[in-house]
Design a protein around this ligand. Structure first.
Ligand code: FAD
Length: 330
């Protein structure tokens, strides 16, 4: 690998012609870090059909674009082969990915291939006296590690860590269109199909009100209670993993480490214990209300309001109150 440059690379994650919002967060932060290091922020956009996306990457000082037929960088073997070839030739100081399933796959493999350190789940990245310092979240947010990065490194950054606005710009960045730097034939993995959410089902990451149900809901039939409460609050039902594993709700309703990260204005946790893997996905909600029969349930540590109570009693009472409130308001 050539001598390390001062450039900060941002991996541009995209799907169906749309750049993921966290990419703009990274571009904005990348500008700040690159300026402090005396380098440039470089957007790296890969994959068949990537070229038109360059128009949305004006916050970058320059863009590296590899747009080749049948190239899908979300297939880790292919994405990393190309990223490795680019990075070995240009030696960026930092390469930042979103801490998404695609970003994690690429970042971990790239770190191994290049022999560079990897700092995962960063909540913050800053410069202190010319040193790059990252705050890495571990154990579902229970531990924060402050990591000083002396040289070149790979980062994954949590979505929502930085504002989007500084990463948006109308300007047209200079683009370097690069032919595929390594052949993709003969690779052992390929994308067969993209599993889409069930048609008509909701995107819980966009809901302003979520009613989360856990194992405390006890039976599938009791979900109707949560649905009714969610309906009256103008929200949607989501769930902890055991509820999804039972097949009571589709996978795209799961909140947590192996599900969705949500930040609604209101999160009502019904019969959810508050395991770290669940809390990781909902702790940044504006207001959290928990109902649980166990006063020691960890969900109460993150809740703004809590009731030590049986949800099968409280929810019907809440529903009646809300209906009465709606009727008197009409
Ligand atoms: P439980 O822990 O069984 O809690 C049920 C709660 O309901 C209890 O606190 C109980 O007091 C309460 N309760 C019972 N009856 C009532 C009642 N009538 N009224 C009120 N309260 C009642 N979990 C996730 O949720 N999302 C993830 O993405 C996720 N990813 C994971 C990834 C890994 C690698 C691993 C190892 C685990 C993961 N888990 C995930 C599982 C996680 O560790 C917990 O097992 C899970 O979150 C527990 O779900 P729960 O709170 O619904 O169930």
């Amino acid at each position: 690998m050539s001598a390390t440059s001062r450039d900060v690379w941002i991996y541009v994650e995209h799907l169906r012609g749309t750049v993921a919002a966290h990419t703009y967060e990274l571009l904005g932060k990348g500008r700040e870090i690159a300026a402090g290091l005396g380098g440039r922020v470089v957007a790296v956009v890969l994959g068949e059909g990537a070229r038109p996306l360059v128009a949305t990457l004006g916050a970058a000082d320059s863009v590296l674009c590899v747009d080749a037929p049948a190239f899908n960088p979300a297939v880790p073997e292919a994405g990393v082969a190309v990223l490795r070839a680019l990075a070995e030739a240009r030696a960026p100081r930092l390469v930042a990915f979103g801490a998404t399933s695609v970003g994690m796959d690429l970042a971990t493999l790239l770190s191994a291939r290049l022999g560079l350190p990897l700092v995962v789940n960063c909540k913050d990245v800053r410069l202190e006296d010319g040193r790059v310092v990252a705050i890495s979240q571990m154990c579902g947010g229970k531990l924060l590690a402050e990591v000083e990065i002396g040289g070149a490194a790979i980062l994954t950054v949590l979505a929502g860590a930085f504002p989007v606005q500084p990463g948006m710009s109308d300007r047209t960045p200079p683009v370097e269109a690069i032919p595929l730097p390594t052949p993709l034939e003969g690779m052992s993995s390929k994308m067969r199909r993209l599993l889409e959410p069930e048609p008509g089902d909701v995107d819980i990451t966009k809901a302003e009100v979520l009613v989360g149900v856990g194992r405390g809901i006890q039976r599938k039939e009791n979900l109707a209670l949560a649905e009714e409460l969610a309906g009256l609050l103008g929200g949607t039902v989501c769930a902890s993993r055991p509820v999804i594993d039972q097949g009571w709700l589709p996978l795209n309703r799961q909140v947590g480490k192996s599900g969705m990260v949500v930040r609604p204005k209101l999160y009502v946790a019904l019969g959810i214990s508050g395991a770290p893997e669940h809390v990781e996905g909902m702790k940044d909600s504006d207001l959290i209300i928990a109902i649980n029969t166990d006063a020691k349930a960890p969900i109460f540590d993150v809740a703004d309001y809590g009731a030590e109570a049986d949800l099968l009693e409280v929810v019907p009472a809440l529903v009646e109150e809300l209906k009465a409130g709606c009727a008197s308001a009409a």
